[in-house]
Design a protein around this ligand. Structure first.
Ligand SMILES: Nc1ncnc2c1ncn2[C@@H]1O[C@H](COP(=O)(O)OP(=O)(O)O)[C@@H](O)[C@H]1O
Ligand SMILES: Cc1cn([C@H]2C[C@H](O)[C@@H](COP(=O)(O)O)O2)c(=O)[nH]c1=O
Length: 215
């Protein structure tokens, strides 16, 4: 069998970087510890001497404007941006070159997530750690989050605790009747639930709707 020998070297693909980039994806419902996991990995990379940067959507003003904050109050300073393309622009090319690891929180909100990860990991040699919701409150694919899974080195799906029974929660229940997909909030608007309680909640809403329509 003839061994295949590529004539394209890695350095010609990623613009001369000695090291290829990486993409790591953390998904799960709200309150599952996605942001906590992201902060842990970013802090660990920083302790190993790598230069890190954190990005979140500027739409997320829940706990702080310029920090990523977990539901239990852990904080890390970040760039709050309307889109990911503006990161390199804001930082400037020289500073961008110095960054080894980029964390992205609330990644489902960024429409240019796929293009950013491709460029940053494949061409610029960055390690990207992406955290976000895989599903919305209707359990539909949320934003571009699932689109980056084919780009990923690793995918970690976390679970929370069902607020109604303490079992493993895979889904996020919206407590209000608001139907727009994007609705920023915390435990005032959302709670983590297991499959059984997600389905029984949906049945209760359906029954109520049927009763109201018959009046
Ligand atoms: N139902 C809940 N309501 C409010 N806070 C919660 C709830 N369940 C867990 N938490 C807290 O949220 C923390 C995880 O927060 P975070 O990492 O921000 O989660 P995620 O990014 O997945 O939403 C947990 O360690 C816990 O302290
Ligand atoms: C389920 C769901 C959530 N959101 C919003 C609510 C929060 O602002 C973020 C998720 O934050 P977390 O760090 O994962 O806790 O997303 C939304 O806009 N639409 C939804 O369906």
């Amino acid at each position: 069998m003839t061994a295949f020998k590529s004539s394209v070297s890695l350095s010609s693909i990623n613009g001369g970087h000695a090291k290829a980039g990486e993409v790591h994806v953390i998904i799960g419902p709200m309150f599952a510890g996605k942001t906590t996991g992201l902060l842990r990995r970013i802090k660990s990379e920083s302790s190993s001497g790598r230069t890190v940067a954190m990005i979140k959507s500027s739409k997320d003003t829940r706990y702080a404007k310029d920090s990523v904050v977990t539901h239990d109050g852990l904080k890390f300073p970040c760039w709050a941006l309307p889109d990911l393309a503006s990161f390199q622009h804001k930082l400037g090319d020289v500073e961008y070159q110095k960054i080894d690891v980029i964390g992205i929180d609330e990644a489902q909100i960024f429409e240019d997530l796929y293009d950013f990860c491709c460029k940053a990991a494949d061409h610029d040699g960055k390690t990207i750690i992406v955290a976000g919701l895989d599903g919305d409150y209707m359990r539909r694919s949320f934003g571009s989050m699932l689109d980056v899974i084919p780009l990923a080195d690793t995918v970690t799906k976390l679970t929370a605790r069902c607020e109604l029974c303490g079992g493993r929660a895979f889904f996020t229940w919206r407590k209000t009747s608001e139907t727009k997909t994007e609705l920023i909030g915390g435990s005032d608007l959302y709670m983590p639930v297991c499959r059984q309680h997600y389905v029984s909640g949906e049945s209760a809403i359906e029954s109520t709707r049927t009763v109201l329509e018959s009046l």
